[in-house]
Ligand binder design. Sequence first.
Ligand code: ATP
Length: 875
Amino acid sequence: MTQAYYRKTPQQALEAQNASAEGLSAQEARRRAEQYGPNKLSEGKKKSTLQVFLEQFKDLMVLILIIAAVISAFSGNVESTIVIFAVLVLNAILGTVQYEKAEKSLESLKAMASPTAKVMRGGVRVEIPSADVVPGDIVLLEAGDMVVADGRVLENFSLKVNESSLTGESEGVDKTAEAIDADQVALGDQKNMVFSGSLVTYGRATVLVTGTGMDTELGKIAALMNQTQQRKTPLQQSLDSFSAKLAMVIMAICAVVFALSIFRTGMGILDSLMFAVALAVAAIPEALSSIVTIVLAMGTQKMARQNAIMKDLKAVESLGSVSVICSDKTGTLTQNKMTPQKVYADGSLLEGEDLSLVNDVQRLLLKAALLASDATNNEKEGTAIGDPTEVALVMLGEKFGVDEESYRAQHPRLGELAFDSDRKLMSTLHDIDGVPTLFTKGAIDVLLNRSTHLLTREGKVEMTPERREELARVNMELSMEGLRVLAFAYKELDAVRPLTLEDENGFTFIGLISMIDPPRPEAVQAVADAKRGGIRTIMITGDHKVTASAIARQLGIFRDGDEAVSGVELDGMTDTELDERLPRISVYARVSPEHKIRIVNAWQRRGNIVSMTGDGVNDAPALKKADIGVAMGITGTEVSKDAASMILADDNFATIVKAVVNGRSVYANIKNAIQFLLSGNTAGIFCVLYASLLALPVPFQPVHLLFINLLTDSLPAIAIGMEPARKGLLDQKPRDPREPILNRPLLARIGGQGLLIAIVTMIAFYLGYQGGDAVMASTMAFATLTLARLFHGFNCRGSESIFRLKLSTNKYSVLAFLAGVVLLLLVLFTPGLKSLFMVAPAFGFANLGEIVLLAFLPTLVIQLVKLVCDARRGK
Ligand code: ATP
């Protein structure tokens, strides 16, 4: 059981600390920052640029290309060899640049999600980035914070920390037993240290920073195992394994083509080798993996701009499959702006402003509300700071001209049991006219069960079942209006002594204060949008069942026939019962964070991809268990941010739905880009196979294919990746996560469209080959294949026809097309490039006309088919 120790008042302890309690002056902090450097662990052995560059050549595909270059050299085609090597080097440079850029953008995302620390600077409490903490700073720790530096505990209020990142043990370490006073601080008691990387799971403390950055215990460990790991997303992994398989298949086909060319068509060895080389180069999707990474990275940047910070690229893919969003109520679905409403004390239910300070009970209620609360009114700015529930209490006091500061100065706090959402209570100890009095506030159901008496104007009376029922009835009446009801009670102690949780019993009940927290207006629309997209929204809250159901109804989450279940009821259900009732339960109320794991598990058992929000320390396991754990950027604890894969910069439910739409869009764009790249490659393979079987000359030189795969194909592929999210994305059901990206319909489209492009390419080849001119034939085939693939970029932007998609909605696709055309014209008509790309000298504008017509044909056919499909879909 956690014990709360208390030795001195904060003021006393701070005075004992004299000057240091003020914290460092801004000037001193700057000087120390220069002296000690930023409070960051060094990133470990980062790969050097040269290492990254050399790694680009480790690929099997690259090896095949090197072989191709060597063979070209042997067959006397030195230009091809040079171009292949040049392309390989260029590709490696691009790969390196892109790797470093991706690292940088990931770092900046990490920085956005990195912890902050509350410190005293020049006597003022300020929140600063953890990197700016310096030795000598006074850091204020609270439950949910991450300890960002090593330090000595100066003041301890039931502090409990989890040091698993250092010790590997997940059990919380109770720092309470080590509670010390300022005199011990002076002695420098080593036991009272907290270490960077630990998580505060309970209580609060002030800490004097003794070590930062690599000078911390964590830094020492980090120095030992200095390495950063690069993780690939499932999609990247499946594409990698696809590429590996493809490489094998290509080599096998190359061997067959080589054998066929020699034995069936009696071609020379070098010519046959050139076929094999052409085939290998045609088939290898050189740009595929970079394009996927680029599209994923662009997706995360866009999401960050829309307040959803993805900590993990993997999560971007999973987002598109989310089918259940479990969301906290307060602050996420509601505004977390609590305003006091009706008050109940001494048998009467009143509007807040009708409270009478002449009535002893009502006066004590207000006193309890202001003393057992940490919120303060900022007179200068006219705003209140603190937990919104407590802010509402300060606002109520303000209505009566009662200043919480003077109340608190009259009755200083002599001890406290901090609020936590498991207990749903908070207690503080004060001296009231010489009597140590414990004031407690919290959930009515919890407090009512612990109250033995009720305060009336006649004094304390016994809490009879009838009185209990009357209070429950009033609570029900208020809750049905969607109001949060907070109960207040007190208890007189025999002496000022350390508090234990056992003290929170045997209370005298004072009364109730209700408050309203209106739903966020945008949440109503977001819930409806999610529903349209086949995504179920579930409310999970620590609030009362009736209050929660009323708000859920206003938001469209709770509908007729739905059920609301409380944490206690959930405990009484077996897994089988829960599985049976799960689809009907829309609201879980009075749940503790532990229940969230059970809810996530239950939905996952039904095959759903679950997103779960959380802000507290105890939410971390559920955030980890969920497929997409979502933490709150503003109100969330550092622990929850650490466990989440997505952080909401605005704590807003609507942002989750937006992120899901973006996730779907990114996935669809990647799929379209893959379709584009692979269908173009398939066309090349068909052409080479056809020519080798019919003993025709090689239709393409390796340089041709590299030019297409790396240059003219990459541009439209990236443009497809930048396709804006379609409105229709929310009309579809969530994607089945088990379905592979290269599913049958996609493979059929790749094959069919590849065949169309191959047919026109070979027609162009024959046109050029009329006079037996192999160079002209190859030039025609190359130019047609390039242009047909550029046109094809428009087909792969989406499933609908271009008339529905409209050219103007993705300007990048038009720019990519134009850039590709310019590059092709340069190759076809610039003298130097002409010879490098083995373009027939006689190639002229008449030929250009032919290839334009031929290259446009596949797109015409594909668009006509799409038009028919559009009409069938009735759009
Ligand atoms: P969410 O919907 O995000 O779970 P919540 O605010 O409804 O948030 P908790 O913060 O866990 O859930 O609060 C649970 C209950 O504890 C509230 O319904 C209220 O009765 C009580 N409570 C909330 N804040 C305080 C507080 N500062 N002091 C005492 N009791 C509180």
